[in-house]
Write a protein that binds this ligand. Sequence first.
Ligand SMILES: [Zn+2]
Length: 437
Amino acid sequence: MHADFLIFPQWLLPVDAQDRELRDHAVAVADGRILAVLPAPEARRSITAARVHELPGHVLIPGLVNAHTHAAMTLMRGLADDLPLMTWLHDYIWPTETRRVDPRFVGDGSRLAVLEMLRGGVTCFNDMYFYPEVTAQVAADAGMRALIGMIVVDLPTGYADGADAYIAKGLALHAHYRGHPLIRIGFAPHSPYAVSDAPLERIRTLADELEVPVHIHLHETRDEVVASLRDHGARPLARLEALGLVGPGLVAAHMTQLDDAEIERLAAAGAHVVHCPESNLKLASGFCPVARLLAAGVNVALGTDGAASNNDLDLLAEMRTAALLAKGVAGSAAALPAAAALRMATLNGAHALGLEREIGSIEPGKAADLVALDLRDANTQPLYRAVSHLVYAAGRHQVRQVWVQGRQVIRDGAPTSLDQDAVIAAAQGWAQRLAPA
Ligand SMILES: [Zn+2]
């Protein structure tokens, strides 16, 4: 058998049904896909390859999936901290966005985000922001996989002057990327409080026709739920249910306010939840009941949210926070074990984005979206179980090699598809432009 390349990591975490931790195995890649996963001696005997990556001391994992973010908001990283969600949004983030967000902002911010994410082992992200055509282009140019949202809000912005215009622009973007190997386009109405019933109904009809996910902020805070009861006589989830939006295509970010009946209904509908623990902690939004959701059979993925509320796009750290927070919230150290946290950051994310047949685990036939971390550092020694160090001890500096669809986009810790110095210099220029007066 012939492969384009072979990888020999010391440990392999394929995120398979048994959560196996394999030693001395190899992964063979051909035409951007995983050709075989097999014991290293057998690979050396039976597979010829143009290139061989020997990775002693490394663990190989599936590329991480950041299932909820706003890439361009990296430019507002650290602009306003230590404020509750609505003050932060109304007094800082939205005024800055109204004044300053344009295609150049989105380009510079998205490039910074893509650089940060690839260097941190994230190979796929689910984005919601203005000028999504710019973010899509940035991701495609950098060889990163993404589900880019057709953003919809009621309010006019520089990008579009009302819900119909947002939808029209989104549909043009969807048509443009049809069949693209890395970029998919889905709907991303911002939230039930920012989008009224009529556009939400149109989105449901169009999402069904196009068979694309609907990504939305939902039950992020108690205030959101209280306001919905006042304005609509229903909790936001119930309102979306009445509009026909709660089904296997729903990707609901945050979900900190959930009662038992709602968890049962999410499970029955096959809807997906994206847990964003660090953003929820920083904005004091509440705690997503992750252990209860998983026990009920709801697919829970992991997201960083935007860098303005996190303040990084570090999915390794998010895994650790999710695992620790779930234990605290459930009052049980057995809640969300390390392997389950890794699953949330990989296969569950792929499932939420409708990409579970394509990515999320290391199995023959799937795309070769792979990340190798070097565990031969002080903070990850001695080593008993690779998955323990990956979730509880490793840092992004240990991400050394990253492939997306078989293309190496990070080599020895450095990007191959982005000019790192230029990306950082462009971002730095925004600090003067955006600084509050
Ligand atoms: Zn968000």
